[in-house]
Design a binder for this molecule. Structure first.
Ligand SMILES: Nc1ncnc2c1ncn2[C@@H]1O[C@H](COP(=O)(O)OP(=O)(O)OP(=O)(O)O)[C@@H](O)[C@H]1O
Ligand SMILES: [Mg+2]
Length: 340
């Protein structure tokens, strides 16, 4: 039995959470930098690192208070060591390693995408491997065959943009704020039909590869045509375009997972990462009777400390005392140590 402090700082959210083997998640604190980066239309790495440094210690103090424990009750610290922005990762790593050294407790590096994958365990569902994981976030669109927790085989990937990136880039074309996925989803609710019927890239490719950059180009071409006689798109057109974008992206994801299930014979699916908060996507999956699909609670779909804390709690038995700054801005999920 142990209490784990989890730290996430790979991109634009400072997340701190505390997970107890006995009582589950006992604290969860998050500071999002989205407003800070919004005026630039995307994440500015240097600003991200500087802000993580400002927020991280106060958030840790708040989390310890929320959990109603003392610092010395913490048995281990887990932190995201990659993939992500180098400077941002170094903040979490530096703080985790320093606290671990001071308290003489294990420090457990966590792969950010394993965090997303395991965030589903923060729901009430009892999920047991084997299952297929669809990791759909701002930087990833991956299909993973999970034989057991810690054993990951990459069976599908995007050739170019991630699904979240496709939402964000097309949202930008519509003049929506960053990150655009949730704004597309909100606007799509105001449209009735998928009137533009955008391309579903690689839908019939018979493999698990995906590609979203063609969709981006199709949206740009369509916007150029629609704005020929006017300078800006009206709200109704933006809503129709949003629905068509959402339909196209979610159709591809659903179809690739149906194929993955056919190929592997596995009928359980875990969907996580920021795009898994998309309700249309969830609806489409829930309608497929041959599949049983699991999702993280909505607040744990985008980056958070809770997923790093629970991943740390699971990897605690590795007992790694790793007091090195150990960040890997590029890091494959398939390179992880197996859990004994
Ligand atoms: N309701 C929604 N519908 C579609 N996309 C959404 C929704 N909510 C959030 N997203 C998308 O989720 C992404 C952010 O998710 P997340 O925080 O998991 O990604 P990330 O951490 O930036 O990327 P990675 O985990 O690959 O490093 C953004 O691209 C955002 O537009
Ligand atoms: Mg993420």
């Amino acid at each position: 039995m142990a209490i784990i402090l989890g730290i996430e700082s790979s991109c634009d959210e400072t997340g701190v959470a505390i997970y107890s083997h006995e009582n589950g998640l006992i604290a969860n604190k998050i500071y999002t930098q989205i407003p800070l980066h919004q005026e630039y239309g995307g994440v500015v790495p240097e600003l991200a690192s500087r802000d993580h440094i400002k927020r991280i210690i106060p958030l840790i103090d708040e989390a310890i208070k929320e959990a109603n424990i003392n610092k010395t009750d913490i048995n281990a610290i887990s932190y995201t060591n990659g993939p992500g922005l180098n400077g941002a990762l170094l903040v979490g790593s530096g703080v985790a390693v320093s606290i671990g050294y001071a308290l003489n407790i294990p420090v457990i590096p966590i792969h950010h995408m394993e965090g997303h994958l395991l965030s589903t365990l923060l729901s009430d569902d009892n999920i047991e491997a084997p299952f297929i994981a669809l990791l759909v976030s701002g930087g990833h669109s991956q299909i993973i065959k999970v034989t057991q927790i810690g054993e990951y085989e990459l069976i599908g990937d995007t050739l170019d943009d991630a699904a979240g990136e496709a939402f964000d880039k097309t949202a930008k074309m519509l003049g929506l704020p960053y990150p655009g996925g949730k704004y597309i989803a909100e606007l799509a609710l105001k449209a009735k039909h998928d009137i533009y019927n955008l391309p579903r890239p690689m839908l019939h490719s018979k493999d698990l590869q995906m590609s979203f950059s063609g969709l981006k180009t199709a949206v740009l071409t369509l916007i150029n045509t629609l704005t020929k006689n006017q300078t800006i798109l009206d709200e109704a057109t933006k809503a129709n375009l949003s629905l068509s974008i959402e339909e196209a992206i979610t159709d591809v994801l659903v179809s690739k997972i149906e194929l993955a299930s056919k190929i592997t014979g596995i009928k359980k699916v875990v969907i996580s990462g920021g795009v898994s908060s998309n309700l249309k996507l969830r609806n489409k999956f829930d309608k497929i009777s041959q599949l049983k699909t699991y999702y993280p609670p909505l607040k744990f779909c985008t980056d958070n400390g809770a997923m790093i804390a629970i991943a740390g709690a699971i990897r605690y038995n590795l007992r790694k005392y790793d007091y090195k700054f150990n960040v890997k801005p590029r890091f494959k999920l398939t390179e992880l140590d197996k859990i004994p």
